[in-house]
Design a protein around this ligand. Sequence first.
Ligand code: AMP
Length: 287
Amino acid sequence: MEIVNNPAQMRQMAQEWRAAGQKIALVPTMGYFHAGHLSLMRYGREAAHQLVVSLFVNPAQFGPHEDLDRYPRDLERDSSMAREVGVDVLYTPLAEAMYPQGYQTYVTVEGLSRGLCGASRPGHFRGVATVVLKLLNQVQPHLAVFGEKDYQQLQVIRRLVKDLDVPVEIVGRPIVREEDGLAMSSRNTYLSPEERAAALCLFRAIKAARELVLSGAKSRESVLEAVKGMISATPHTNIDYVALVDPETLEEVAMIQDEARLALAVWVGKTRLIDNTLLSESRLCCV
Ligand code: AMP
């Protein structure tokens, strides 16, 4: 595995692979790998000749009072995990190389970025869309793999590549969870033991919502009430949002007609956790 931090070198390698007819997969990450990241890498490993994993804690997607400075970082640990999965290039550009002096171009995916996390984190998806477009231009992948854990991000990126005619296939992969159901996240390392126990209320609420829908509940009120009730009853928690949305447009729905996405963001102590699930009238979803 090669570690590359220079965008020009990355692009050069990508051009050579393409000239040799090789298929390239990209998995964009902010590092501090867990099994969720590894599942995306394994997918990319199977799907392409060359697998690039980018590791970049993107300042443009953090708000001024967010956790950019304390976001967990461990390049040595990440490199050895990536090497084990068979990653070809770990691409680790520096912020100064991504946003050099004079940088002033940003991409906004308008409607999809507005609600949910976009409402609580102004500018977040502008930063995400910008960095992902830059990474796609640098790595020139045939496919890029993202997790459904960040469901709104996935929809924003699907829209971005469609609207701007970026020739890449976007693949969304299921949420990987801890054994007890907590969605894996690099930010879980912030949780104290009490908070870790409290954090389980997100998955418990998701399971309760799935069961409710399977037993015939269809209205937004009934689902949201159950979810909010379970979370509010848990110590150390504070709800940022709980929403029932159309899986494509992310607009709020009043009733579940066939399928809807339940999305939630909850503060557990000083850590903001997100989770989501597909709610389907007809099938029991597993992620
Ligand atoms: P991050 O490093 O948190 O920015 O995440 C990098 C990629 O991994 C994104 O596409 C995330 O959606 C994905 N990801 C993060 N956590 C999980 C998880 N628990 N299961 C599946 N994918 C995940």
